[in-house]
Design a protein around this ligand. Structure first.
Ligand code: CP3
Length: 351
């Protein structure tokens, strides 16, 4: 509950700890279960397997929060933009052309196709509660934010410069607004499934927020995100919401003012001194450690942790990285950093 108290604005002597992509390829246990399923979407929709990998990093590292194992691209898959994952290449999906509209409108079908995510959450709750140390560990539900989903929809894959997504916005702003309306509806639906299944907090991943032209931030980041947050709060007043508007630079301040999330996750490219000075102390801060620094580990990592924790000791903070943990991260570095934060000494080795 330490994690939820911090999300709700309490300052504690040690920050709660969880890690973005904590259930992932750096874990041999994850890779083992992942290999039992060819297709990644099928894997996400297998409630038994998804709940097993959700619990793996909790039972192994005693982290302070679980995040349900799923993916932001499930939404696009269920909107009939078939997503597949190509090994070592990332996602591929049917792409929305510049003049095209989303024709999907069967929301009952959409909801029932995502029911396995709700089931995985209920199973994760039961599995965590079986074990004394993981009992009551909060579960975070999540979605991609509209802009980040829009980039995958219009690029058909991951992108470096997002030129198709930006071209869509400039050449068909009215059509873009219609696409965003559908994405907002789909995101709300996806989050409702997770809330009904009992998640304790919500996180909105806007991984590519730093790539939208600043002139469009208001229309395509702030407005749609605000709609989602307001809707969720109107229905579930006590659910804390974490937003991750990655790499927005100075835009993170306006984002925090307009959206007013309980917590802002900060990437590693943003100067924490700026964030600390510019964002209201009522908002909890999460993250900021460079994932590559966690790969490096040792004293360098400890110094970074000291720097960060000293800098923001007078406000609620949740320890996390500035982006997802990388597959090549040694597990021991994660074990060491957790015990360093909790005890200020280095943990016992695992085999
Ligand atoms: O542990 C957790 O954090 C929960 C599970 C989770 C995954 N994806 C599992 C996953 C979460 C929260 C996500 C979010 C996600 N998915 C984001 C936002 C966060 C971020 O990292 O920016 C994005 C942009 C995606 C889209 C996505 N999913 C891509 C681009 C890829 C391929 C590249 C990669 O990182 O592997 C995925 C696949 C994916 N999602 C994997 C995992 C564990 C790896 C798939 C595998 O096992 O082969």
């Amino acid at each position: 509950m330490h994690f939820l108290n911090t999300l709700n604005g309490e300052i504690t002597s040690q920050p709660p700890i969880w890690i973005m992509r904590q259930a992932g390829r750096y874990l041999p246990e994850y890779r083992y279960i992942r290999n039992t399923e060819l297709d990644f979407i099928e894997f996400c929709l297998n409630a038994e397997k998804a709940s097993d990998v959700t619990c793996q990093p909790i039972t192994k590292f005693n982290l302070d929060a679980a995040i349900i194992f799923s993916d932001i691209l499930l939404i696009l898959h269920m909107l009939d933009f078939k997503v597949s994952f190509i090994k070592n290449k990332g996602p591929k999906l049917k792409k929305l052309g510049f003049k095209e509209k989303i024709t999907f409108n069967d929301w009952n079908k959409f909801k029932s196709s995502l029911a396995p995510v709700g089931k995985a959450i209920r199973l994760s709750r039961a599995k965590l509660d079986k074990n004394v140390t993981s009992r009551n560990t909060p579960i975070i539900g999540f979605s991609g934010s509209p802009w980040t989903l829009f980039t995958y929809l219009t690029e058909g894959q991951s992108s470096k410069d997002f030129s198709n997504a930006r071209k869509f916005l400039w050449s068909n702003t009215q059509g873009s607004e219609e696409v965003f309306e559908i994405l907002v509806q789909a995101i709300i639906c996806f989050l409702e499934i997770q809330l009904e299944a009992g998640v304790d907090a919500i996180m909105l991943f806007d991984s590519w927020a730093g790539s939208i032209p600043a002139r469009f931030r208001n229309k395509f980041i702030y407005e749609p995100t605000r709609k989602i947050v307001q809707y969720i709060r109107a229905k579930n007043a006590s659910i804390p919401i974490i937003c991750f508007p990655k790499s927005m630079g100075e835009g993170i301040v306006e984002f925090a003012d307009i959206i007013s999330p309980n917590c802002i996750a900060v990437d590693h490219l943003t100067d924490m001194r700026f964030v600390h000075k510019s964002i209201s102390k009522n908002i909890t801060i999460q993250g900021n450690i460079d994932p590559v620094c966690l790969i490096h580990g040792g004293d360098t990592l400890k110094k970074e942790v000291d720097y960060l924790l000293n800098l923001i000791s007078d406000r609620p903070y949740i320890f996390n990285l500035g982006h997802g943990i990388l597959p090549e991260t040694p597990q021991q570095n994660l074990i060491d950093v957790i015990s360093y934060i909790r005890e200020k000494n280095i943990g016992i080795s695992i085999s």
